[in-house]
Design a binder for this molecule. Structure first.
Ligand SMILES: [Fe+2]
Ligand SMILES: [Fe+2]
Length: 370
């Protein structure tokens, strides 16, 4: 049972403000927007000048400002330094009315920014699972000093902030794990022949910028970036004497080699993960040609999945402009000309057009991952 006094102590205006704030937060989708909103609501309800939200960086063992009212640059402090560090390590709130006489207070930030800190309320951001993920800091109560009632409000808001941060961190970690596993899997397939790590990075990024130019949305383009490096994963199923043969393949051997498309599809198909499903389309169809003269099925035009039509241009352009043990790299102008000449034959004309439109971006990527 909640003591009614708990509410009346806060005054009449704050509860509606808090409810409105939570309703607004509910509409937000991105972690950044949520935290900005939490900082704004906190400043309004506890009536202070500035609010900062620090997030703990496990790798660097620092706390850094994700959100900081009135400060443009990111502030980063060691996890055991200053008021924020103390609150983080002890997982306890702190009200300080005379920071300059508190040895924990770091005067350097005020000195650097010209701001004068008069009082502080700092609160640990603890998740439901009890993990402390950061610190919420209120600075300079507009009227007088921070009081215990302010702490109660901050506590309510801090739980929300903490769980938003934890969700975002978990999501980020899952995504990074997934990306890296997928990329290293692609690398495993490329390991046996001369293809390099940089080839995969370049052709993935070329595919991304071409798709963007063609008007696909960001989520789709990101998936394509991740799926593209798996185009040759089926080479895992090709025998060494064919895959590594230093001379031209016989017709029979080439027929074997063509099977890497089908093998790739077999490895990747029927997954619940969309990226892998997209990758299976790319694996099976990245050697199909727009005019129907490609393999393995001789698909034509729109029959070829668009992701494979994009990857075909990105992959071939990178192959043309890269040196391989058996061939020199073509100059960029010549490679672009060769792609253009194949528009409507090997390649989808729309993809070739988009490729030409973003050639400056493609060359920048090429330079970055030479
Ligand atoms: Fe291939
Ligand atoms: Fe390739």
């Amino acid at each position: 049972m909640i003591d009614p006094k708990f509410y009346s102590d806060f005054g009449d205006r704050k509860i509606p403000d808090l409810i409105d704030g939570f309703l607004e937060i509910g509409e937000l989708r991105s972690i950044d927007d949520v935290l900005v909103k939490i900082a704004d609501i906190t400043a309004k309800i506890v009536e202070c000048d500035r609010v900062s939200i620090f997030i703990y960086d496990k790798k660097k063992e620092t706390l850094w400002t994700k959100i900081a009212h009135g400060v443009a640059d990111k502030i980063e402090v060691p996890k055991d330094k200053g008021i924020v560090g103390w609150v983080f390590l002890n997982s306890r709130e702190l009200i300080i009315s005379d920071p300059y006489s508190d040895p924990r207070f770091n005067k350097e930030i005020d000195k650097a920014t010209g701001y004068v800190t008069k009082n502080i309320l700092a609160f640990p951001l603890k998740t439901y699972s009890g993990r402390t993920v950061g610190v919420l800091e209120c600075i300079n109560k507009l009227d007088g000093n921070f009081v215990e009632d302010d702490v109660k409000f901050v506590k309510i808001l801090s739980v929300y902030a903490a769980n938003s941060i934890e969700n975002a961190l978990l999501y980020d970690e899952i995504k990074r794990t997934q990306d890296e596993i997928v990329f290293r899997l692609s690398l495993a397939a490329e390991f046996r022949d001369e293809t390099t790590y940089n080839h995969l990075i370049r052709m993935a990024n070329y595919s991304y910028v071409i798709a963007k130019e063609m008007g696909f949305d960001e989520v789709w383009c990101e998936k394509l970036r991740l799926a593209a490096p798996m185009h040759d994963i089926g080479k895992l199923g090709i025998k060494d004497q064919i895959l590594l043969k230093p001379a031209k393949l016989t017709d029979e051997e080439f027929e074997e080699m063509k099977k890497h498309t089908v093998f790739g599809y077999e490895i990747l198909k029927d997954s619940d993960i969309e990226v892998l499903r997209m990758a299976s389309n790319i694996a099976i169809a990245h050697h199909e040609k727009y005019d129907g003269s490609g393999y393995p099925y001789g698909l034509k035009g729109e029959q070829i999945p668009i992701e494979a039509r994009i990857v075909a241009v990105a992959d071939v352009f990178d192959a043309l402009t890269s040196e391989r043990p058996y061939k020199k790299a073509f100059p960029v102008e010549q490679a672009v000309k060769m792609i253009e000449d194949e528009s409507g034959k090997h390649f989808d004309p729309n993809v070739v057009q988009a490729f030409k439109n973003v050639i400056h971006k493609i060359l920048a990527i090429k330079k970055q991952y030479e």
